[in-house]
Ligand binder design. Sequence first.
Ligand code: ADP
Length: 286
Amino acid sequence: MNGVVNLWSEIKGAQGTAARMLDIFTVPEEPKSSGLRKEEIQNGDIVFENVSFSYGDKQVIHDLNAVFPQGKTTAIVGRCGSGKTTLLSMIERLYVPASGRITIGGKNVAEYDLSSYRDHFAYVQQDAGIFGGSLRQAMTYGIQREVGEGELKEAAEKTGILSLVQGLEGGFDAALSTSGGSVSGGQRQRIVLSRELIKNRPVLLLDEPTSALDAMSALMIQQKIFELFPGTTKIMIIHDLRMLSRVDHVVFMENGRVRDSGKHRELMQRCESYRTLVSCEEGVSA
Ligand code: ADP
């Protein structure tokens, strides 16, 4: 009976997976090879000019203006549902503005060939996705060139996972289980940081990079982000508002609009709803 029940749950699981795969296969492919090439991307400030966007008939971004300065760290802050993730996705061109435009270095991002444009960005998510395979594969996923042993070692050392690698049988060729379950959340995030370090892209997008971690690991990852990517334009949605004192610029969102932007301490002085949000979060984390 046990065997039959297990088999039945496997069949149902596979059915769900197959349905999801079919959904993905029927999504129209994005146009990739037209527009300006990678070499032509002018690094510079990323600017939203009167951008609006809707999911179906639900407008979530309203005539939004924002600047993400080149080489600086900008935090996108706001309550749940204020449009932060949508904004980050629009920078990556996962969504296209219904009106207005987004520019980088003064040029409309829509003018660039999509895959060349996306090569301009590195991305660190909330809960780092790692596929099953070797540590080497996890650290070089998406990098279309040979990555030497020395380069891997250097990245692992900088992100603090070299001792983990040395402790594993097979070193960089040690197998990770599917979704990286054989390493902790903090180690997974370090593996992803190593990969992004090797990629060395001009812009780093981070979506709540420490929210799935315990306090100690979160602190370490925060330090690594600032230490390892000093001249990179960093745009991050942050949940842990303790990071605010370290960022150069804050974009504070409310209901799909930028309520205010500037330095953390300026916003603390002049924007009451920002102060309320920060003090609420401090109360929660205390
Ligand atoms: P935040 O990151 O600040 O929590 P989001 O950008 O995720 O905000 O969402 C902004 C609004 O858009 C919310 O009201 C959310 O429900 C809606 N939304 C987000 N993603 C989708 C989607 N794929 N389809 C429809 N509505 C969405």
